[in-house]
Design a protein around this ligand. Structure first.
Ligand SMILES: [Fe+2]
Length: 199
């Protein structure tokens, strides 16, 4: 069953232009297309996996890049269009269970956020994720290189922040990466993020 491109009806965002989002959504569509193409090619080459061993191996290795590129962008766009993280001055309960849990682990939402932002301005291309390890009952801020290197197995992705340059290059130069990170966080749909945690 091929994957289909998801549609995101994003409102006007703060600090992220319509052009930036348009360019980025087109790139996301490419991942969906490639996931289906790689899957189909693997099946085709598997008919004679010995004769096609090199192609099978390379496409199999590539699949995680394309699939995670697709899925991480879906998590990214799905959580855009809101008013950001509940104000730190709010009661932790006001933000729901997620704020409360972040405060329990990090001492405050600001402490967690400082770490998340610091990872966001790291050099290199990839993603910064807030993940929750249900078994260990602990959050991790995680750096993922490209789309597939560094994921923590069996943890739940709560926030996915794209820090590839294509995510901000229409609106910001590389030296302004911190401004992009702030813009992303200012547009977060906290109810979506919250529902991932409570699920
Ligand atoms: Fe992206």
């Amino acid at each position: 069953m091929p994957y289909t491109e998801q549609q995101f009806n994003l409102p006007e965002l703060t600090g992220l232009s319509a052009k930036q989002i348009e360019v980025h959504l087109k790139l996301y569509a490419g991942y969906v297309k490639n996931v289906n193409a790689v899957k189909a090619k693997i099946a085709e080459y598997m008919v004679d996996s010995t004769a096609n061993a090199l192609a099978v191996a390379e496409l199999t290795r590539r699949f995680g890049f394309e699939f995670n590129g697709m899925r991480l962008h879906e998590l990214y766009f799905e959580a855009l269009g809101g008013n950001g993280i509940p104000a730190p001055s709010n009661s932790p309960i006001a933000g729901g269970g997620l704020c409360e849990a972040l405060v329990a682990q990090y001492g405050s939402v600001e402490n967690w956020l400082a770490e998340f932002k610091a990872m966001g301005v790291m050099r290199g291309i990839g993603w910064v994720l807030l993940t929750y390890d249900e078994k260990g009952q602990v959050f991790h801020n995680v750096w993922v290189s490209d789309h597939e290197l560094g994921h923590l197995a069996d943890t739940k992705i709560i926030i996915a922040m794209d820090v590839w340059e294509h995510a901000f290059m229409v609106d910001y130069v590389p030296a302004q990466k911190a401004d992009y990170v702030s813009a992303f966080l200012a547009n977060l749909k906290w109810d979506v993020v919250e529902s991932r945690f409570s699920a």
